[in-house]
Design a protein. Structure first.
Lengths: 114, 111
């Protein structure tokens, strides 16, 4: 299957700082990538759809100024959590679609905000 | 929008027994149903999928069935092994490629 790489796998930061998470499609081009958030023992919740060369589409309730998404190339999308606070601590996961409908997921990034 | 329900939330089986996880969906326009396995601290991995024009699909010990009329689909794992222990998510996709996840099932295979 297609490979989606996510970096870093784990990040710990101080409250008020910004954190950038990268999502790369290694063996295919992805015009669309997705960003999810997952709290412990819960399902994945879609945060936003990242579109190459255009603005991301955010789900209801997700602050676009808080979670900045940039999809500058066909193989890279980044999620920046700005002015992070402890309540932003979560597991963030990206996915991409090589073709058709199948979404392949990255390994996730565990963010801990102190 | 689509609403996917998944049962049970936890499931324990003895090694070698079968495990069945069931999901229902609400949007009749949904046409693709993947199943993902998520191990602790990792991202979901696609294990099997089925499209709306097919009633059943099998891949070794894993099978998925779909009943479009009743809007439900199920995952069947036979001859379970300890390495099958994980959280399993069903999902449904509409034409817009939006993936709607079920709430997950934590499967524990007891050696």
């Amino acid at each position: 299957g297609a490979v989606v790489s996510q970096h870093p796998s784990r990040v710990i930061c101080k409250s008020g700082t910004s954190v950038k998470i990268e999502c790369r499609s290694l063996d295919f081009q992805a015009t669309t990538m997705f960003w999810y958030r997952q709290f412990p023992k819960q399902s994945l919740m879609l945060m936003a759809t990242s579109n190459e060369g255009s603005k991301a589409t955010y789900e209801q309730g997700v602050e676009k100024d808080k979670f900045l998404i940039n999809h500058a190339s066909l193989t890279l999308s980044t999620l920046t959590v700005t002015s992070a606070h402890p309540e932003d601590s979560s597991f963030y996961i990206c996915s991409a679609i090589p073709d058709g409908s199948i979404q392949y997921f990255g390994a996730g990034t565990r963010l801990s905000v102190l | 929008g689509e609403n996917v329900e998944q049962h049970p939330s936890t499931l324990s089986v003895q090694e070698g027994d079968s495990a069945v996880i069931k999901c229902t969906y609400s949007d009749s326009a949904s046409n693709y149903f993947p199943w993902y396995k998520q191990e602790l601290g990792k991202g979901p991995q696609l294990i099997i999928d089925i499209r709306s024009n097919v009633g059943e699909k099998k891949d070794q010990r894993i099978a998925v069935t779909l009943n479009k009329t009743a809007k439900h689909f199920s995952l069947h794992i036979t001859e379970t092994q300890p390495e099958d222990s994980a959280v399993y998510f069903c999902a449904a996709i509409t034409g817009a490629n939006n993936l709607f996840f079920g709430t997950g099932t934590r499967l524990t295979v007891i050696p």
